[in-house]
Design a protein around this ligand. Structure first.
Ligand SMILES: Nc1nc2c(c(=O)[nH]1)N[C@H]1C(S)=C(S)[C@@H](COP(=O)(O)O)O[C@H]1N2
Ligand SMILES: [Mo]
Length: 203
């Protein structure tokens, strides 16, 4: 039996529905750290979150302003394209829809490009971005995010591969067409559905 089939068989033993594990993935209780470049050194007093592009007016929140937005608690399974999945991760943060409701978005808008504080980018269709689950999270398992997992704020979009969940997120640009972000320019799939194994361009 291969590592992957043994790992999947363990789920049933643990009372977890193996259908929660997309094909080609293994589950792990660990929380691997994956990113390009280094962990940014962020100062909350100068931190800001900015939305630009196809909005009537660009909008910027300082950290204390973002902190005053209502929060929500969510628990999800997450799936990384490097084949690990982790179940029942719990997050607290601001729902993407709460942020979106404060914007005056042009009717031509179809996609967004998420940006981190250093230049990492990743693209999403607006219908996927606005799914009720999605959250700009500042808390993981009851504690502020670790620096390497995106402190002070990261996006979590659980229905797509985890590279869409931009760490150290600093805002997004509203667009009227799709465009590739960092990994999408480097061969990853434009959409990235783990249950369809949309790992690489052409999958
Ligand atoms: N800003 C930023 N966000 C990022 C990345 C990155 O390189 N920079 N890597 C992505 C990838 S490929 C993955 S798998 C997840 C990993 O999140 P984790 O380190 O919290 O497990 O972050 C995603 N978000
Ligand atoms: Mo990844």
């Amino acid at each position: 039996m291969s590592f992957f089939s043994r790992n999947r068989a363990q789920l049933a033993d643990m009372g977890i529905d193996p259908a929660r594990l997309p094909s080609g993935q293994y589950h792990t209780p660990r929380f691997p750290v994956l990113h390009v470049g280094s962990v940014p050194d962020i100062d909350l007093t100068s931190w800001s979150f900015t939305v630009d592009g196809l909005v009537a007016e660009d909008k910027t929140w300082a950290w204390h302003e973002f902190q005053s937005l209502p929060t929500t608690s969510k628990t999800f399974d997450i799936h990384c394209v490097t084949k690990w999945s982790k179940f029942d991760t719990s997050w607290v943060g601001v729902s993407v829809r709460t942020v979106w409701d404060q914007l005056d978005v042009d009717s031509s808008a179809s996609h967004v490009m998420l940006k981190d504080v250093q230049g990492y980018t990743t693209n999403l269709p607006i219908v996927d971005f606005l799914r009720e689950d999605n959250v700009f999270a500042h808390t993981y398992e009851g504690e502020p995010l670790d620096a390497e997992h995106g402190w002070p704020l990261r996006l979590v979009v659980p229905h797509l591969y985890f590279w869409k969940s931009c760490k150290w997120v600093a805002g997004f640009t509203v667009m009227d067409a799709d465009a590739p972000g960092f990994w999408e320019q480097n061969g990853y799939h434009m959409y990235g559905d783990p249950f369809k194994e949309q790992r690489y361009y052409g999958d």
